[in-house]
Design a protein around this ligand. Structure first.
Ligand SMILES: Cc1cc2nc3c(=O)[nH]c(=O)nc-3n(C[C@H](O)[C@H](O)[C@H](O)COP(=O)(O)OP(=O)(O)OC[C@H]3O[C@@H](n4cnc5c(N)ncnc54)[C@H](O)[C@@H]3O)c2cc1C
Length: 307
């Protein structure tokens, strides 16, 4: 039987949303198409008869700095590709852990096509732990207006395909003004080999280390595979306000991490193996930071440890 496929190229958010509604259950938004193609080719899903390409909606392709209530934010359009992200000087300057994450996604050919919006919308893309740690916000077009919610709230209950269009990702640009404060951030991905491979485990974190070594604003998140990433708030709490971790504290942090991170087993690794990997990564990043081994940049500049 011949299947008729129709690809639509709306030029505005309104047009795209209306088209989606008119297709009822038979339409799908497409940005770079790299994730959709993978699941269609693997026969996990049939290709819907109506594909609504978002590529001509120009307002979703920019990266700009804007002011919000006296603070600066970086607004990244959801159609920005992973490769554009890597080349962008603002992202390089303010959010290097996002650069580290994008660098480790797929091969350059996929990164040329794959978008941040598509990566986020899958609900388990490898950039998500970074957006959780950076306290990112998402803006969505709901047919009549733009709604805004935090990445964390959205991931707590991500509705699979509610027709809303992801428009922008908003990242607060933090100024770490305290004298002698050091901002520390990291992103680590572990797969079955070094590159071009889906993740088994991803972890991201950040903290401010004060002059006396006290940790503040500790944020940690972990994901990997098809797990929806989440913050590790119990581990965060244990690290908050500490300055010299005792052996007992380190061991408690490790155990708490094993309990709080809840990955799913897959054909390549058990859930317990993934738990141990995540705990080891977090443990080693924190240990290095406490020892000052990662203190590459002084006073309030973001950096990520690059592996
Ligand atoms: C060989 C290969 C390796 C890969 N490796 C990785 C990897 O290491 N890590 C990783 O995270 N991913 C990986 N991917 C998956 C994918 O390439 C990335 O997640 C990419 O960022 C997805 O973006 P896209 O624009 O291609 O999404 P698409 O395939 O276009 O869309 C993905 C989903 O999001 C929806 N969508 C897209 N844009 C919007 C929007 N603006 N609003 C609402 N819904 C939207 C689509 O309907 C679809 O459900 C890999 C893919 C391939 C083929």
């Amino acid at each position: 039987m011949t299947r008729i496929q129709q690809v639509w190229f709306p030029k505005t958010l309104e047009e795209a949303y209306k088209r989606y509604l008119s297709c009822e259950e038979n339409g799908s938004y497409v940005s770079g198409g790299t994730w959709l193609r993978t699941i269609w080719e693997a026969d996990h899903k049939t290709i819907p008869p109506h594909l609504i390409s978002l590529e001509n909606i120009t307002e979703m392709s920019a990266i700009t700095i804007e002011e919000e209530k006296g603070d600066e934010v970086l607004v990244i359009g959801s159609l920005v590709t992973l490769n554009q992200c890597l080349k962008n000087t603002l992202i390089q300057k303010y959010f290097p852990s996002l650069i580290t994450a994008c660098k480790q996604i797929a091969a350059p050919s996929i990164r040329n096509q794959g978008t941040l919006g598509g990566n986020i919308r899958t609900t388990f893309g490898d950039t998500l732990p970074v957006f959780l740690v950076l306290r990112g916000q998402l803006t969505w077009f709901n047919g009549t207006s733009i709604e805004r919610e935090s990445v964390q709230n959205w991931l707590a209950n991500p509705v699979p395909s509610d027709g809303r269009i992801l428009v922008n990702i908003i990242l607060p640009i933090k100024k770490h003004s305290g004298e002698g404060n050091k901002y520390f951030s990291f992103y680590k991905k572990v797969g079955r080999r070094e590159i071009f491979i889906p993740s088994l485990v991803t972890v991201a974190g950040s903290a401010i280390k004060g002059r006396d070594g006290t940790l503040e604003e500790v944020v940690l998140a972990a994901g990997g595979g098809v797990m929806v990433p989440k913050r590790l708030s119990n581990v965060e709490e244990l690290l908050q306000g500490t300055n010299a971790l005792t052996k007992e504290q380190l061991s408690l942090i490790y155990e708490t991490c094993l309990m709080e991170y809840e990955p799913q087993a897959d054909v390549f690794a058990t859930a317990f193996y993934k738990k141990k990997v995540a705990a080891n990564l977090i443990f080693s990043e924190w240990f290095q930071m406490m020892k000052g081994e990662n203190d590459q940049i002084e006073g309030g500049t973001l950096y990520a440890t690059e592996s």
